[in-house]
Design a protein around this ligand. Structure first.
Ligand SMILES: NC(=O)c1ccc[n+]([C@@H]2O[C@H](COP(=O)([O-])OP(=O)(O)OC[C@H]3O[C@@H](n4cnc5c(N)ncnc54)[C@H](OP(=O)(O)O)[C@@H]3O)[C@@H](O)[C@H]2O)c1
Length: 248
């Protein structure tokens, strides 16, 4: 069993990843902005209440998982310079089998209206904080010959009108992943490119686009999580370097 740190654990995809890893008996370190929502999530994962929402793997677990350790670290990723102190207060694990970067934000706007603060928030949350967190956790990841998963986006492969700040942050995230993979041969590094996924982020995107939100039009977060966790579970002789998951 391993230890996995998940950013954006309170979000749709992050929670789904936490649920799957918890079902497998791994220890979890959950980060998000709200201490209250992190505590509620940790409580639900401990009691197994989450299983009601986790349809895909129902039936796959034949015996109750071992008691997992679930810790929470409130982190606001708009302030990458503060991550080091926050982690130091919580205690960085000596070994980390996996780091899943699932936190992210988006506000659509044409370049003509994108002011510097908007650019900086997208880049801080979606890119710089991921780089800083990775840097701080590298010793623990190296000790475990662990894995780093970056939840990117199909917007990180193609930038459409209105998506410049978000897409730029995700293009950058791809560069971060590719450089890290080349620099750290003991680690396995994966980029997951989800298409539109049925989460709060997508609900907000649809509102910004002035279009209706229907959950069934999008990939389920549990499906994206399943692909991500299967990359984590790939035998050590190979790495899933990149995978795209589009709604069907
Ligand atoms: N949904 C999609 O259609 C879609 C498609 C492609 C890629 N993605 C990517 O998938 C990842 C997960 O997104 P999601 O769909 O699960 O969205 P979500 O439900 O809105 O979750 C986003 C997560 O990021 C966290 N977060 C946002 N701003 C933060 C900040 N300043 N500091 C710390 N944490 C912050 C949120 O924390 P709070 O709970 O505190 O808000 C939440 O846990 C993101 O990287 C996103 O770009 C999503």
């Amino acid at each position: 069993m391993g230890t996995y740190l998940i950013t954006g654990a309170t979000g749709g995809i992050g929670t789904a990843v936490a649920e799957l890893l918890r079902e497998r008996g791994h220890d979890l370190i959950l980060t998000g902005r709200s201490p209250e929502r992190l505590d509620a999530l940790a409580g639900a994962l401990r009691t197994g209440a989450h299983a009601a929402t986790q349809v895909i793997n129902r039936g796959a677990v034949t015996s109750p998982p071992r008691t997992t350790s679930i810790t929470t670290i409130p982190l606001d990723l708009t302030e990458p310079r503060r991550i080091e102190a926050a982690l130091a207060m919580s205690g960085i694990p000596a070994r980390l089998d996996g780091l899943v970067h699932a936190a992210g934000m988006v506000r659509l706007s044409p370049v003509a209206h994108l002011e510097a603060d908007e650019w900086m928030e997208h880049l801080s949350v979606n890119l710089v904080s991921a780089a800083e967190l990775t840097r701080l956790l590298l010793p623990a990841l190296r000790a475990a010959e662990g894995q780093v998963v970056f939840v990117n986006s199909t917007a990180g492969l193609r930038a459409n009108p209105g998506w410049a700040a978000y897409a730029a942050s995700k293009f950058g995230l791809r560069a971060l992943a590719d450089s890290l993979r080349a620099e750290e041969p003991s680690l396995r590094v994966t980029t997951v490119y989800p298409g539109r996924t049925a989460t709060e982020m997508q609900r907000r995107v649809r509102a910004q686009e002035g279009r209706p939100y229907a959950e069934g039009d999008f990939a389920a977060p549990a499906t994206v999580a399943r692909v991500l966790v299967s990359a984590l579970e790939t035998p050590r002789d190979a790495v899933v370097a990149e995978v795209t998951v589009r709604p069907h």
